[in-house]
Each structure stands twice: as structure tokens, then as C-alpha cells.
Design a protein. Structure first.
Length: 54
């Protein structure tokens, strides 16, 4: 709703390049977000990692 109760409208055009870029960016963020904790976990000794809480 705009001023004086007027409505605003717009048209959203999503091209294939935008979808591809967003997908690749999401994939990269997911890989980094999963790989960094996994690398940190490999540095822990197994027995202490199993005993750790939280």
C-alpha cells in the first residue's frame, strides 16, 4: 500500500542465468558451511569427541 491507499505493482522477470547463479551460490555456501565444521571435527581425537557434550 502506498500513500493515499494507492497500490503499486511490478513485474518480476527471472531468467535462466539468475536461477543458475543463485543455485551455484547456494551450493557453494552449503559446501563451505558443511566442510568447515567437518574439517574441525577431524582434528579431534575420537574418544574425546564421543565424550563431549553440546
Amino acid at each position: 500500500m502506498g500513500a493515499n491507499h494507492t497500490k503499486m505493482a511490478f513485474q518480476l522477470n527471472v531468467s535462466g542465468a539468475v536461477i543458475l547463479t543463485a543455485g551455484l551460490l547456494g551450493l557453494a555456501i552449503g559446501i563451505l558451511g558443511g566442510a568447515l565444521p567437518a574439517i574441525a571435527a577431524t582434528r579431534l581425537p575420537l574418544t574425546s569427541a564421543l565424550r563431549a557434550r553440546g
